[in-house]
Design a protein around this ligand. Sequence first.
Ligand code: ANZ
Ligand code: ZN
Length: 813
Amino acid sequence: YDRYQPRKIEPFWRQKWEESGLYRSVIRKDKPKFYALTMLPYPSGDLHIGHWYAMVPSDAQARFKRMNGYNVLFPIGFDAFGLPAENAAIKRNVHPQKWTMNNIERMREQLKSMGAIFDWQREVITCLPGYYKWSQWLFLKLYERGLAYKKMAPVDFCPTCNTTLAREQVWGEDRHCERCETPVVKKELDQWFLKITDYAEELLDFSKIDWPERVVSMQKNWIGKSEGAEVDFELPNQEKLTVFTTRPDTLWGVTFMVLAPEHPLVDKLTTEEYKEQVKAYQYAASRQSEIERLAVDKEKTGVFTGSYAVNPVNGEKIPIWIADYVMMGYGTGAIMAVPAHDERDYAFARKYNLPIKVVISPDEGLPEPLTAPYTEVENGKMVNSGPFTGVPAQEGKARVIAWLEEKGLGRRAVNYRLRDWLISRQRYWGTPIPIVYCDKCGTVPVPEKDLPVLLPEDAEFLPTGESPLKHHAGFLHTECPRCGGPARRETDTMDTFICSSWYQYAYLSPYYEGPIPFDRAEADYWLPVDLYTGGVEHACMHLIYTRFFTKAMRDLGLVDFDEPMLVLRNQGIILGEDSEKMSKSRGNVVAPDDLVNTYGTDTVRVYLMFGWRWEMGGPWDSKGIEGSYRFLNRVWELLLFPVEEKVNPTPEMVETLQRKLHQTIKRATLDLKDFAFNTYIAALMEFSNLLSKVKPALWETESWQEAAKTFTLLLAPAAPHLAEELWSRLGGDYSVHDQPWPQWDEALVLEKQVEIVIQINGKIKERLVIAVDAPEEEVKEQALALAGIQAALGGKTPRKTIYVPGRLLNIVV
Ligand code: ANZ
Ligand code: ZN
């Protein structure tokens, strides 16, 4: 008999699947649809084990849905713009396009070796003009709606990568570049932004999606909603100084005000006497990063402006300071300082000897003078607070706001930490922003009919720190679409997160040539995405951006739902065998290609599903993959090699096999639904053990054949090639992947007999096998009759027995 030879059968079946178009996903109105999406890879060169770990179980899930009667779409593509290609161009003198497309060639083959149900006719590559034309089109639509705008902004700039970075690409206390770890510096540039803040509130609504709690809370933190009030303090010149506070209940405790050093009122408010100090302080503050300025434990500094404001609630005269712990970009850029109840204000007041006035107190009172700020809200009551004295602080917040509104002194206000999305990149390898600057007409959008604005191929890659587009005369100089006069093109390209914000729509009709980015009929059928799988590292950028894009596209009338992906599941990370992160420098990288060559795809798939709880991940284990290989070999022999010596079957065996079969169907089904891939494989392994036990007796019987075929079906999502081969050898019709998923019969799942643990005084002494429905009396009777129990009791009479039905009987003596 021939042995299991994955290297022979796997390419054979993959070719057959491709030729027969098995995985082409086309609209079928007679079936419910299921759009399963896995995060598209960046074409960095090789598919790594992390890609396999993310995608194989996702594929198994898609296959499972397919066998459950769904018409499944499971597309794949490449997120092909971005820095590494351009860095490679500078370093190795290879054009980014060539570098990228070569990598895609290789990775496409690697992806094919995974044996997934990817529909390759729907592949998209985001750096091709047919794709980025629509990124540009969407940008223009956002621009028309006022959701894309340009402004001067201090940006984080990486001097090594020579590009501006988005907030999320800057990491750590020292604020270094995500890619090269160089500390970033600030630079003022005219930049394009997308107005994601318009959707801040809606982005906080997760009621329409089933996403992991962890991602939801990360997004909530990222958006950072704060509720409170804006309060107007009077200034001597009739002007107002408005502050944002989350603690309006502390208004009677304000003892000074602080403006951000960049606040526009600073110049006006600074008196002659303090001019010099204020100027010097402003300069020093401008050289610091936001993180430095916000650090809680940082020594507080600041200077007095010489001016005062009036507290509207009690007419008190309040000195106005500037300090770098107040940020211009948040709230109103000014605060009312309440040192008795705020950490930073407290430190500041102590340092500059400013008064501290308690206005919130627990019933037991506070030490006097205060040794620390009292920041609690729950147990505090308002004190020394005029009409509000005695009101619990929590309740006071809302009541003070209502009072302020009534008196016209302030209003309810909400602030978000979320900033608008900076999308300008001073880089070549990205989507050109379709904007033209004309001396006469100003900023002019490129007309739709002129899209795409092509990225010129003949660019020079020099480490100048500027985009090659800036020095490309053919690209730079153009005609104004409005007046026909000479004009310049925008030379910034878009953040690559734009490409991945709408790629799920591109798969519907890749490189579409209609009036909108995708075929309407395809969209109506497939959208939205039913299941999205990928890494949790995307929780705060990609996964917020794509939600924003979908909401904006809805408002543009392109789609009619609010959320792009209904269900999200994240996988964990596979570490090296040494439990360290896999990296070339540590030499602990596991290469999927090598594994596929040694064991075949199916073994790698089975191991990746069996080795860990999917959402957890863990260290690689080369013994573990050997185990999976042995398992598949055993399955092969079990189902295909005849028995040498047949023994007589018993009716119990038939019954046991049938019961285990139905139990296995149930477990596999529920586990797959639950993304518990490891226990799904474990159930298959257990079943194969039983199969080998009963094989000598049941081989070639009807119940054996039923079990063998069903087992093959259950194996199909995990080991698609092997399952196909077994299925065909067992006489099944092509293809196993077109068969319906087996169903279990609950009545057959139930055990007829159970094993009950018998204890004496809590110690296990015996086990009793008895009918499932045996009443307690009978269990007791039989247990006490067991020889082992009789001996252990040694004639003593039990005081009482405790029975846990179907599991345990404890005899107390
Ligand atoms: C008075 C007060 C009293 C405050 C108190 C807190 C405690 P979150 O929750 O982060 O929104 N704040 C307002 N604008 C600021 C700015 N631009 N830079 C730095 N700090 C600013 O924090 C809101 C609180 O942070 C506001 O409430 C304000 O201080 C301060 F016992 O006002 B609070
Ligand atoms: Zn013009």
